[in-house]
Design a protein around this ligand. Sequence first.
Ligand code: NAG
Length: 347
Amino acid sequence: MANYYSNKIFQSITLALVVLFGIWSLESNARILEDSSSSIRERHEQWMSQHGRFYEDFNEKELRFQIFKENVERIEAFNSDGNKSYKLGINQFADLTNDEFKGRNKLKGHLCSSITRAPTFRYENVSVVPPSIDWRQKGAVTPIKNQGQCGCCWAFSAVAATEGITKLTTGKLISLSEQELVDCDTKGVDQGCEGGLMDNAFKFIIQNKGLTTESNYPYTASDGTCNSKAESNHAAAIRGFEDVPANSETALLKSVANQPVSVAIDASSFDFQFYSGGVFTGSCGTSLDHGVTAVGYGVSGDGKKYWLVKNSWGESWGEQGYIRMQRDVAAKEGLCGIAMQASYPTA
Ligand SMILES: *[C@@H]1O[C@H](CO)[C@@H](O)[C@H](O)[C@H]1NC(C)=O
């Protein structure tokens, strides 16, 4: 009898607790929902101060807030899908539509190139490559830089590859000047903040007989007149450059195993805009619009092969400024066209 009653009492208490807990969790869920919709304005304000963003007037602010809100919602929806190998995140591009973002990438189309392709590929007979390589660990990569609002990715890509070969041949890692390319490499196809090509930048460095340091010719993120005094103060030189045979990730692997390599990619997708970590598997096309630098490759913990790519959008984008892009995909062009137009300087 005693057992029967104590069981009953126990059941009643349990039931009461379950009901109470149910009410409590419904309420807190409702609170969370309310918070997330009302705080998106606060998040926009916080984001504005974090990124030093100011808007001209109320209408502009309202327009930018709506874009920010849509981006946040789309990013959160993407991240709630647990099957993806990469994550998206709010970054400095959060108040730009994807069309506006695309307009910032200014790699000159490869069809515009007047460069005749170098016929040699010095790594063609490379038969053994390490399973992974990270040129940062070998001290051949300078810290992440930020091109800002100037469309000179091509200069950052060429400079990073030049910094790499300079370290490998001289033992010295020297941060080199993108601004010299922006201001002084203007007699050919390259047009400073309006776009250019890595191969043209290599050609300029060869003809100029060198490139000066970042500190001697600092970056301004705008087109300027060539400072010929700084231009003539060489800190690094290259003898030539070679193109990696197009559309072969194997050829790209042989190259990146030996030095950091300039690569052109299609960086225009929403997912690329907001990539924040993991192995990026797309979506993206092959309309090359951005120049970056492959500074390694490897295999992730869950077995995904990737290229380690240095970008020039500051450390708040991607994995502290880097992206791991899926390697050895079915398409011969590589993910986002990474194997289409790769090249490297030679010392
Ligand atoms: C690769 O090997 C072939 C055959 O031995 C040779 O003709 C070619 O010059 C080599 N390429 C390079 C870049 O050394």
